[in-house]
Design a binder for this molecule. Structure first.
Ligand code: XMP
Length: 545
């Protein structure tokens, strides 16, 4: 019976803790990873409290933990049952380190089991939203209400549960702090040692006051002051990169987007002229994008910037191709060929830097500190294959998008770049529906630039996560002056989304829609009609192809 409904593909358990950041000089908390989908989210929530936090493998030795000197440990959830045959366990000596420990879901069961409680399958499983009620312990000195973990929280909370097993009885050593209808021990505290457990997941947004609970643990229980800033992470990553790279060179593929730009800025700070950036102009970019990259990275960063003009090559390979998957395949293949060719001209490069973020890692099923990086399989255009023979540097691998944005600002990247909407690897090819020609791309580029300009003017750009124009493969009849026209149709797409897996169409006002439409039909030659896409994902996707 699993204790976590959403297990990851594998639980990291490697000998080398290569990706670990040495946090000995810093106030920090470690999350021991037992394989839950949300383990990295716990680390992110702790970092939101300005306390450095990283995910480490679940069996990191107590000795190594002592060296890292964290102020607290959090044991994550996980898919196993603590009584299962191959259930992952921490080094038992961690319970004698004198460091406060919080167990979440499976992690709570581990703590309780280590202290003699029995864990069994619950009579009914709990998945999804549940109400947790704090418990008063008549006859005991402790009450839930004066416990630091629940400090400032209401008596009942809606929380996110995901468990089949449970602790039936808190026993002699623990106090049950909260219950649900079916779970008698939904939160516990040890009577003598600084150990706490939550059967629910405080790290997910569905849990009310979840961040406060984690804040209470790291500040109230562990005594962290919260002095860490994203700038400390930059320093740590800079230090890491310097150590790894030595005298070698690093190649970084720049796409013009925020992730690769942050990686380039970080590495430029770390190793300066030992960094070579490759920017492939595939002819499928947005208006002014190539010039912008050249200006920003050529002028402001002292890096060796290789701009490869591969526009003709891409467009000739794409000529006459209308099928979206076919387009993606061609673009992916040509990109790798062009990149490989350019990379060969850079001597002594042993490393390839990539802007992989944590959600990409989880999407591809790779473990957080697993030995090999897996290239995203679903949207793999722009991803480079391992056969290129480089060692990978992925300094953003543990971070979420908003943390990367903060890092970008801290590194001095301009706001408009940091807040730029994501742009797919195959670029305008999947927004220019049907066959691609230079002329149609130019039309699309102009229409797209107007959409973005108008959203910025209306102060909506940051409220919308992705917006763009699409050029449809149909012509429609119109009238201009006294003449009948038969021209292209442009669609406008604008969506709001948390994670791009689902999305809602954005209710743009009639005024904004009107301005966009008038400007496109007036200013973009060849377009006489504009339509607005009012479909959500699902059933539609964000892109049209
Ligand atoms: P869909 O269209 O699948 O898009 O709802 C979700 C997000 O993924 C982006 N996207 C891509 N990104 N290569 C990429 O790098 C691709 O082939 C690709 N297709 C879609 C899309 O822009 C949106 O942000």
């Amino acid at each position: 019976m699993t204790a976590d409904a959403a297990p990851r593909a594998e639980i990291p358990s490697t000998d080398a803790d290569s990706g670990l950041i040495d946090s000995t000089g810093e106030e920090s908390v470690l999350v021991l990873d037992f394989g839950s989908q949300t383990a990295q989210l716990i680390a992110r929530r702790v970092r939101e409290q300005n306390v450095f936090c990283q995910l480490v493998r679940h069996d990191l030795s107590a000795e190594r933990i002592r060296e890292l000197n964290p102020k607290g440990l959090i044991l994550s959830g996980g898919p196993a049952s603590v009584y299962g045959k191959n259930a992952p366990h921490p080094d038992p000596a961690i319970f004698d380190l004198g460091i406060p420990i919080l167990g979440i879901c499976y992690g709570m069961q581990l703590i309780c089991e280590a202290e003699g409680c029995r864990i069994h399958p619950g009579k009914s499983r709990e998945f999804g939203r549940t109400t947790v009620t704090r418990r008063d312990h008549a006859g005991s000195r402790e009450t839930a209400s004066d416990d630091p973990l629940f400090e400032g929280l209401p008596d009942a909370l809606t929380v996110w549960m995901s468990h089949g097993d449970q602790v039936e009885n808190a026993g002699e050593k623990f106090v049950s702090l909260a219950v649900t209808e079916t779970c008698p021990v939904a939160a516990v505290k040890h009577r003598e040692r600084p150990f706490y457990g939550l059967q629910f997941h405080p790290e997910v947004t569905h849990t009310q006051h979840g961040s406060r609970l984690l804040a209470n643990f790291v500040r109230g229980v562990c005594g962290c002051a919260g002095t860490w800033r994203i700038s400390s992470l930059i320093e740590q990553e800079v230090e890491n990169a310097r150590r790894r790279v030595g005298n070698s060179r690093v190649i970084c593929g720049l796409s013009g987007g925020v992730d690769s730009s942050v990686v380039a800025a970080l590495l430029s700070r770390a190793i300066g002229t030992q960094l070579s950036c490759i920017f492939v102009d595939n002819g499928l970019l947005r208006k002014g994008e190539a010039e912008e990259v050249r200006r920003r990275f050529g002028e402001h960063f002292q890096t060796d910037l290789h701009v490869v003009d591969a526009r003709e090559r891409f467009l000739s390979e794409l000529a006459g191709v209308s099928d979206p998957q076919q387009k993606r395949k061609i673009i992916g293949r040509v990109f790798i060929e062009v990149f490989r060719h350019e990379a060969k001209s850079i001597p002594d490069a042993h490393f390839l830097a990539q802007g992989t973020l944590y959600p990409d890692v989880i999407e591809s099923g790779a473990s957080a500190d697993g030995p090999a990086a897996t290239i995203k399989t679903h949207h793999n255009v722009g991803g480079l294959p391992e056969e290129l023979g480089f060692e990978l540097i992925e300094p953003l691998r543990d971070l979420f998008k908003d943390e990367v944005r903060r890092m970008g600002l801290e590194l001095g990247l301009p706001e408009d770049l940091v807040w730029r909407h994501p742009f797919p690897g195959p670029g305008l090819a999947v927004r220019c529906l049907g066959a691609i020609t230079e002329e149609r791309l130019e039309t699309l580029r102009e229409a797209d630039a107007i959409v973005i300009e108008e959203l910025k003017k209306a102060n909506l750009y940051r409220e919308i996560q992705q917006a763009f124009a699409v050029l449809l493969p149909v012509q429609s009849v119109g009238v201009m002056g006294d003449d009948r026209t038969y021209e292209d149709v442009a669609a406008v797409r604008a969506v709001q989304t948390d994670d791009f897996m689902t999305a809602d169409w954005f209710p743009l006002s009639h005024e904004v829609l009107g301005r966009i439409s008038t400007r496109i039909t007036n200013e973009v030659r060849g377009v006489n009609r504009v339509v607005y896409d009012v479909s959500s994902k699902p059933p539609s996707t964000i892109e049209w192809e």
